[in-house]
Ligand binder design. Structure first.
Ligand SMILES: [Zn+2]
Length: 94
């Protein structure tokens, strides 16, 4: 594995780092033009959007590897995950 590939791999592992956004997009082609969940339009020239929106890359999905989430959909997704984990813990404890 050369240095460039290693950097690319590190980039993929740091999913919530927005500064790596452009690197990911460069690697996988295009960034969606809207939120993957609610279809709010993403303006890539908007600095606030660039720092608050989240990109998730799913390499296994060849057709649509790059997913983009607006802040509200992202927090909803985080809540779902948190609740899910909490439920798991509760079930585990009983
Ligand atoms: Zn959304």
């Amino acid at each position: 594995m050369n240095r460039k590939q290693r950097r690319a791999q590190e980039t993929l592992l740091r999913k919530d780092d927005n500064e790596e956004l452009s690197a990911k997009v460069a690697m996988f082609g295009k960034l969606p033009e809207e939120c993957t969940a609610c279809e709010t339009v993403y303006d890539k020239n908007d600095k606030e959007m660039a720092t608050t929106w989240n990109v998730v890359v799913r390499e296994e999905d060849k057709d649509n590897p790059v997913r983009l989430y607006c802040p509200s959909c992202w927090s909803t997704a985080q809540e779902v995950i948190t609740n899910f984990l909490k439920t798991m813990e509760e079930e585990d404890g009983s």
